[in-house]
Design a binder for this molecule. Structure first.
Ligand code: NAD
Length: 307
């Protein structure tokens, strides 16, 4: 274990709350802050010392971790709400939120200009990973800053990958989730096509799970009930990885695709499909529930089999 440090943790929501608790369990002093009193109370029960403001938490810390909804929240906190100016020079700022690459680079530059060190370190693994301290971090920033952050990331997760300079962690996050979003649609379409062809789910699973169609969307998060008993499909698509979060990440990927004029047609289409699904039936569902919209869009005969 690392020696004990004082860490400010801003954003104690679904992810930040349990991540802050992991740092407390690792022996660190954690000064936490969230706009929502209920989030602060839950963190306090886990041993986080709730500060009266984000800036006052940062003022007493060697490391400042943020886990916020979007890039605009990170920039507003860093600059307008005075987080950067409140911290002692040389403080390490680690932003674990999932935000766009351009904003991550602006936040990084602002932190460095204020005399600090900075890392973007978004995560995969969801709330379960945050609670069990099994997250994967993908980090962007300098090698020394990544080395400095490592013990703290290790307290909250199982794996940390240094992906490159500022923004590289966010780039890795949206590229990975674009693969996941597209592959979940592909697996779901294959199951609905199988239904149309009279092929049993289990038969398709038995073949594809050990053939070239194998992927995480099939073998871990299988979108139809049965073949993978733990997948969200077996519990009415209760998340899991919520569809609105997938829609958010694909939206970030789509923006980057357009910005870079990348010929990633499936990424753009996946973003559209998930945006529509997340606004409707998917609002409270796991992202694998998109199989239902593919099935719903498939005309059926009287026997219920898609034609
Ligand atoms: P959340 O909405 O539960 O938590 C965000 C918290 O930030 C909220 O409690 C909110 O009150 C707080 N906040 C916003 N502005 C603030 C401010 N100025 N000062 C202090 N607190 C402020 O969201 P979450 O699910 O914890 O996700 C956080 C980030 O992690 C997002 O960027 C999300 O995309 C990413 N992420 C989430 C998951 C997941 O499964 N939930 C998985 C991977 C990544």
């Amino acid at each position: 274990m690392s020696t004990a440090s004082t860490i400010a943790f801003i954003g104690l929501g679904h992810m930040g709350g349990p991540m802050a608790a992991s740092l407390v369990r690792a022996g660190h002093r954690v000064l936490g802050y969230d706009l929502v009193p209920r989030a602060c109370a839950a963190a306090a029960a886990d041993g986080v010392e709730v500060a009266p403001s984000a800036s006052s938490a940062a003022a007493g810390a060697e490391v400042v971790i943020t886990m916020l909804p979007e890039g605009r929240h990170v920039l507003a906190l860093y600059r307008d709400e005075g987080l950067l100016s409140a911290a002692s020079p040389g403080t390490l700022f680690i932003d674990c939120s999932t935000i766009d690459v351009a904003t991550a680079r602006v936040a990084h530059a602002a932190a460095v200009e204020a005399g600090h060190r900075a890392l973007d370190a978004p995560v995969s693994g969801g709330v379960v990973g945050a609670q069990g301290a099994t997250l994967t971090f993908m980090a962007g920033g300098s090698a020394p800053d990544f080395a400095r952050a490592r013990p703290f990331l290790a307290a909250m997760g199982r794996k940390a990958v240094h992906c490159g300079d500022a923004g590289a962690g966010q780039a890795a996050k949206i590229c990975n989730n674009m693969i996941l979003g597209i592959s979940m649609i592909a697996v779901s379409e294959a199951f609905v096509l199988a239904e149309s062809l009279g092929l049993a789910h289990q038969a398709l699973y038995d073949v594809a799970s050990t053939a070239s169609g194998q992927c995480w969307a099939l073998t871990v998060n299988c979108p139809v009930p049965g073949p993978v008993p733990d997948s969200p499909a077996n519990r009415d698509y209760r998340p899991g990885f919520a569809a609105p979060l997938m829609a958010k990440d694909l939206g970030l990927a789509a923006d980057a695709i357009r910005e870079g004029e990348v010929a990633a047609e499936l990424g753009l289409r996946a973003a559209e499909l998930y945006a529509r699904y997340a606004e409707g039936a998917g609002a409270g569902q796991d992202f694998s529930g998109i199989v239902g919209t593919i099935r719903a869009g498939t005309p059926r005969g009287t026997d219920g089999v898609p034609r």
